[in-house]
Structure formats: structure tokens, C-alpha cells
Design a protein around this ligand. Structure first.
Ligand code: GLN
Length: 288
């Protein structure tokens, strides 16, 4: 009599299911690998050390269920419930943006500008808390103030903060700089933000992962510039003289963001590229 095990697929066969994601994903191999790692509760290296190992019935059912969700276009981060960002593993859900590798560039640029010390830094529209928590983990003597208009996002970021045991981040619900009035008595050394910046008419909003992310985290009026303009305007009142503003933006918005910052009298206005060589982050400094 055949044992139950005979009808189960092995790891190599499971990985071959990447084929079924060719149409919907830019990274089918990686997607399947991440799903399988979670189902087996093993690191990626295990998959290549034990290619013949069979899945149990339960593992196979769980894997097939996840695969079907991915085939329907759901982002891997939503299926797994987490996304790695910087050195952290962050819980994610449909209430906010899935952290992107591009945003690690913003983290890098922020760290290059201010050393560890008793400094005060704000992250506006924190979402999962990705930027604030990464900065706080690298700069234990900074105090981070992280705001988000959505209560659900602040709850998620606070859960991430507690699970990762990062003490130097304070979160509060509210729009951009508004909560800073109560959060921080100190003028800030730096303000960072990855606000929504996609043009509402951008056809990319109908493709891929962004279909499953909230518009509030992606889309802004005025060709994607509305929130960037609002932050540039508000931030001056909260920054120290010489304090930094660092904003993530779209690959084609560098010039408009620089113009906006110059209009608001920021100094040392400059745009930096992301890992793909595209304009991605613009800085300014409050005049001395
Ligand atoms: N970079 C993201 C994308 O193009 C958008 C993030 C954002 O709007 N802040 O999908």
C-alpha cells in the first residue's frame, strides 16, 4: 500500500511552481522560495540542501493555498505578513505601503548626515514604521518621532516597534507635521518622509503589487506633488536652523521637488539616485 507520503511533492517540485507565476510576477523564483521557507519554517539554504525532501500533507496544502493567492496577484509581503527592510523584519498588512528597497536609500542618506547623539528626528507618514525604526536601530541616541494620519498604520508601526524592541521611537496619529506640536518640544535636526507621490492618472496603479496597497499611501494630487509641497511648507517651522529635510519622490520628480524646496528657501538642495540610478531622494536644509 502506498504511504500518504507518495502523493506529496518534494522541494524541487514545489520550487518549480515558479513557472505558474511568470505572468504576474517580476520575481517568480524568489516568490516561491519565500513562500516555501515560511511553510517549512526553514531558511533558504535548507531548500537547496534538501531538494528531495517531501512536504507533509499540511505543508503542501498551505503552500498551494499561498501559491493560489500569489497567482491571483496578491503581494508576497501580504501573503507572508512581513517584509524585510534594512536589517529589520517588519509586519505588513493592507492598511499601508509595503516597504521598498528604494527607500533604504533614504535611510542611508539620513544616516550619512547626522551622527549618533542626542538628536531629534521625525519620520512623516511612517506606515509600517520602516524608516523610523531603521534609523532608531542604527542611532540609539536619537529620538525618533513618527507620525501617520491612519490609526491602523500607527498601530502596526507600534507593534513593529515593540516586537523589535526599539525604545527610541514615539508614534502619534496625525497629518504630516501636525502631531509634532505635542510629540516634541525640541526643534528637529532632521525630517524624513516617503510620502505618496504617484500621479492619480499613472497607469502603473493598475499593475502589480500597488493594486493591493492603499491609495492614501501612493497617490497625491497635483501630479503626485501635493503632499511633498505640504511637507516642504510645514517642515520649516519644525526644523532647527541648518536642520535637514529628506524626501523620497518619483524618478521623474527631482526637478519639481528641488524647485519646491528652493521656493520655500531651503539651502543645499540636491537630488540623489536610488540603486537603479533613478532620481529618488531630494534634500534641503533650513537656512541658518
Ligand atoms: N515607490 C513606490 C512605487 O512606485 C511609491 C511609493 C510612494 O508613493 N511613496 O510603487
Amino acid at each position: 500500500m502506498a504511504s500518504d507520503n507518495d502523493s506529496m511533492i518534494n522541494i524541487t517540485q514545489a520550487l518549480a511552481e515558479a513557472e505558474s507565476l511568470q505572468q504576474i510576477s517580476d520575481s517568480p523564483q524568489l516568490d516561491v522560495q519565500l513562500l516555501l521557507e515560511q511553510v517549512l519554517e526553514k531558511p533558504g539554504s535548507y531548500l537547496y540542501t534538501w531538494p528531495e525532501r517531501k512536504l507533509t500533507e499540511q505543508q503542501q496544502a498551505a503552500f498551494m493555498d499561498m501559491l493560489r493567492r500569489r497567482q491571483a496577484g496578491e503581494p508576497v509581503a501580504h501573503i507572508l505578513g512581513y517584509r524585510d527592510f534594512w536589517t529589520l523584519s517588519l509586519a505588513v498588512n493592507a492598511t499601508t505601503l509595503i516597504p521598498r528597497p528604494d527607500t533604504e536609500r533614504l535611510v542611508e542618506l539620513a544616516l550619512e548626515r547626522v551622527a549618533d547623539g542626542p538628536y531629534h528626528v521625525a519620520d512623516l507618514g511612517t506606515g509600517t514604521g520602516a524608516i523610523a525604526l531603521s534609523l532608531a536601530s542604527e542611532r540609539p541616541r536619537w529620538m525618533l518621532y513618527a507620525t501617520d494620519r491612519l490609526e491602523d498604520a500607527v498601530r502596526l508601526a507600534e507593534q513593529n516597534r515593540q516586537r523589535l524592541n526599539i525604545p527610541n521611537v514615539r508614534l502619534q496619529v496625525g497629518s504630516w507635521c501636525e502631531p509634532l506640536q505635542t510629540l516634541s518640544a525640541e526643534p528637529l535636526d532632521m525630517i524624513v518622509s516617503n510620502p505618496p507621490y504617484i500621479d492619480p492618472a499613472d497607469p502603473h496603479l493598475k499593475q502589480g503589487d500597488v493594486r493591493f496597497e492603499p491609495h492614501s499611501a501612493l497617490v497625491a494630487d497635483h501630479s503626485g506633488m501635493a503632499d511633498i509641497e505640504l511637507i516642504a511648507l510645514q517642515a520649516v517651522d519644525y526644523l532647527k536652523k541648518g536642520g535637514w529635510l529628506l524626501l523620497e519622490h518619483g524618478y521623474d520628480q527631482g526637478e519639481r521637488v528641488r524647485d519646491t524646496l528652493i521656493e520655500h528657501s531651503y539651502l543645499e538642495v540636491e537630488t540623489f539616485v536610488d540603486l537603479g540610478g533613478q532620481d529618488r531622494v531630494t534634500q534641503g536644509r533650513r537656512p541658518f
